[in-house]
Design a protein around this ligand. Sequence first.
Ligand SMILES: Cc1cc2nc3c(=O)[nH]c(=O)nc-3n(C[C@H](O)[C@H](O)[C@H](O)COP(=O)(O)O)c2cc1C
Length: 370
Amino acid sequence: MGQHLSVVSMNDTPTNLQDHEKLAQAALGEAAWAYFSGGAADEITLQNNTRAWQDMGLAPRVLQDLKGGHTQVQLLGRPWPTPLLVAPMTHQRWAHADGEAGMALAAAAQGCGMVLSHQTSTPLQTVAELVRGEAERGPLWFQLYWQADHGALRALVAQIEAAGYEAIVLTVDAPVQGVRDRERRLGPSLPLPEHVRAVHWQAQPPRDSSGLCAGHANAAPTWDDVARLQSWTRLPVLLKGVTHPLDAAQAVRLNLSGLIVSNHGGRTLDTQPASAQLLPPVVDAVQGDAAVLLDGGIRRGTDVFKALALGADAVLVGRPCLHGLAHAGARGAAHVLRLLRDELEMAMTLCGCRTPQDITLAHLHWPSRS
Ligand SMILES: Cc1cc2nc3c(=O)[nH]c(=O)nc-3n(C[C@H](O)[C@H](O)[C@H](O)COP(=O)(O)O)c2cc1C
């Protein structure tokens, strides 16, 4: 997070997300830190993600009427208090005993949404029961990876629906894990503590070891599988990890409800551009026919503002939420989201935007356009 000013104060109250990151590093063991913070290979994409937001200038408008302003947005046909969601992230009980339950409570308390990972270490029903009734919460979605055992996957979809999740997010950019050097140095398998396991994850059946990536790629999802998933559920389906405009256009043809423009936080294919750069062509391809969300490198309220200016309907925040959780449980995650929310309101006010709908490309200052 290079250029942000960060000084953790005497009483250790974090002032910004970089302070939270430092406190998380101090709280986590070496292995957990490597797992939660690492990216793929040389971590070029990981760095691109944060740098792109920092390099993008703002173009504030002055003397606008800001009375009655708010941060509400419409997503999948419903109004929500903020354009912020916690990104799906594995094994949160490894970061802190509060785990996914604490993360969901934190998100709900701040009017933010939560996407629960398929590799959650807390049962999906527990998480949903905790927040379903919260009037001021954001959306509650479930993220799936495609799995070879369709019967088990379909049964999981039924559980997701019954528990009250409002959408399914199919992650399509990680048919195999990236080359994560920091993690590979830890050894052949992740040194998860005994109390942490992915409670809804099906052990994979023995694979045919021929083909790409020693057979792993044989089980990679295709567009047919996307249609199959749609036929199993009445819930809206979004795809996470779409970055190519041609894929975005195909998703619209299949009536997908939304896309999440993401390079998986730089954890899969290194040297992809920043998600900030990947967003505009996808927005153009979708032409308003599906929701478009983004994640990657969001560390400031101004980053959220810029993503909305580029056409995102909302953003997901990954590692910073884990950092808050890691050193202070649900309270820490809530503080991270509160900081982002407050900073977004500040950015909107200073740029002359009363609501997120007022934020446009004209509020960005592009060196190439000036
Ligand atoms: C520790 C960790 C675990 C993750 N687990 C998942 C996952 O289970 N499913 C998924 O779709 N994305 C997963 N992601 C990617 C995030 O959802 C998100 O795309 C990324 O973290 C956004 O970038 P940011 O961390 O810079 O905000 C994970 C990311 C991290 C850091």
